[in-house]
Design a protein around this ligand. Sequence first.
Ligand code: CP
Length: 308
Amino acid sequence: MTQPAAGHLRHLLDLEHLSASQLDALLRRAQTFADGAHAPAALTGVAVCTLFFEPSTRTRLSFQLAAQRLGAHILNFDASTSSATKGETDLDTFRTLQAMGVRGFVVRHKSDGAVAALAAAANPGVALLNAGDGRSHHPTQGLLDMLTLRQAKGEDFSKLKVVIVGDVKHSRVARSDLHVLRKLGCGEIRVCGPASLLPDDDTLHGCIVSHDFDSALEGVDALMMLRLQRERMAEGLVTSLEDYHRDYGLTETRLRRAAPDAIVMHPGPMNRGVEITDAVADGPQSRVLAQVANGVAVRMAALEGLLA
Ligand code: CP
């Protein structure tokens, strides 16, 4: 998030550049929305566009619902039915919508840095919220994951043990979660996956890295399972779905290695029977649907913070 003087937030592009107090303020406001607070006129007369160049269910629809609850006008841009199919550039698309008076852009793009590039072309008073770019950032997913953790484990993360499991290398969710877990002082961050799916840059600094899922699970308070991106099989990074499930699939038996009150999170969409079994995904320790519900609250807080 870039931040002009006076502490007002201009854009939400990543979580790296937010201070712990800014993160805390957003999470506190999101919790009030999760508890049922209303702000039906906060964005009256403000036009918000969901500008998605990649598919989405949760992020797009929860941003739309969040904007509606704040009283905004919502426009939904779908690249597949737009003039992008005739060759219009992303920048011309953005400028066209800006010229219509759209003030809030929620943008998802397959390319790293694409949302920041559009933000650099934003007019004064126009705010962009990154809904996921490439493998880089998914800031509102990071925030909703932290809200879910706080609700289950309290605000003091200093004694928490969290494990992130799976395809961290290609995951913008994992990167945003890692930034925010560090900033909020998480006691121990473990990362587990096959070597082919773990990054070899400084993404994992300060983390305990393991390729053995059973040992990485011992005593953890929270598990963040990641979607196995099946296209990685075509690239030869995973041998087979069966092998992956055997080595990194979360089953009820494996979950017993975690703390008895451990929670299970997954950003969705889930590959049931691959990274997680039905029994765990739908079991008593799963917080998957709480994450979805918290997505609306977090996105209300973010839209209000940037545009109200
Ligand atoms: N978690 C997440 O970003 O889901 P969608 O791709 O459905 O938005």
